[in-house]
Design a protein around this ligand. Sequence first.
Ligand code: RNT
Ligand code: ZN
Length: 412
Amino acid sequence: MNKRYLEAKEIYAKIGVDTDKAIEILKKIPISIHCWQGDDVGGFENKLGATGGIQTTGNYPGKARNKDELMSDYKFALSLIGGTKRINLHAIYAITDEKVERDNIKPEYFDEWLKFAKENNVKIDFNPTFFSHKYAEDGMTLSHPNKMIRDFWIRHGKTSREVAAYIGKMQKSPCLCNLWVPDGLKDTPASRLEPRMRLKDSLDQIYSVKYPKEYIIDSVESKVFGIGLESYTVGNNEFYQIYAAKNGLCCLLDTGHYHPTEVVSDKIPSLLCFNDKIALHVSRPVRWDSDHVVILDDELKELSKEIVRNNAIDKVIIGLDYFDASINRIAAWVIGTRNMQKALLNALLLPNDNLTKLQNEQRFTELLALSEEYKTLPLGDVWDEFLSQEGLDNNWLEKVQKYEKDVLLKRC
Ligand code: RNT
Ligand code: ZN
């Protein structure tokens, strides 16, 4: 075993932390890696580009243009990431030769993904796609004043849940089916209530169909604003938290979907008081919901601590949601996912019970002093050991650069 790891193990043992155990736990924490980083949220339908108030910026060469390229890139990214991985899909990644409308997607359009997932030893999560579509151009879907459009999207919600339940059944692991709609208004509304009442009614219809919980976990994702939809968001935090609580659904918290000084780390323990499951979209907002690649910053560490120290590893479903088109997209996957895992490892390597004891005994000087000391413990050596046990190391970038040269740049 690596000498540096053995030394780190001793250092952590002195503060009552078992590094071997931390590595074992980390290996089993599933991270759902979003397929849409690979093609700038493009999908296989028509290449309209993402609408609905979200935006990918940058024009780095080598974007995946079809399912073969996306699968190949994704597979390569997976090979550079350790631990337990899941793949997060959107309805626009359906695989079919015919032109199919969103309200008519069928479970079998995801059979190829199921095969891909099985071959790569990952499970699948799913999202209906309520954007990048002619019926979403004006920023309203499930809350649209026009019943014809609303009904179209209700059918899309229903058919997507059918797909997710099918995937969950086939893969023998519940598929998270996360619903996010862009609905909002650019300028000050004349009625804030009516669109919300319509959204509520649409959701009631979508969730009226029941599936076994072994197949599907339904979540709803709130937001604060979108580009071009700055003044009002129909599905805001209060709306969905209450909707989820009353209807037995799971809330999905996206770290980019709150006001800049609000943090998701603080919301997790509030929800844990009442909910059995919470889902996350881990992202990085820079001044707005910009979906930058996740880095190992203080908030990511704090968020991970809330998962680990509250024994909530089985309760918090971790998914990533960012899309950066200004850098190598495979590197973006690797950097973001590895950072999520590093933050979890950091939390697993803290003597959390002792720190809580200090808080409860109101020994705040010691709490602050020790918390700061722990920040410079040799996390990196334990991280390297995790990688090595997973057959990996830190020299992944040159492999990505070679793939870029051999594969990505030939796409231009
Ligand atoms: C948008 C939401 C949503 C999307 C993905 C593509 O602000 O975060 O989750 O990013 O579904
Ligand atoms: Zn999200």
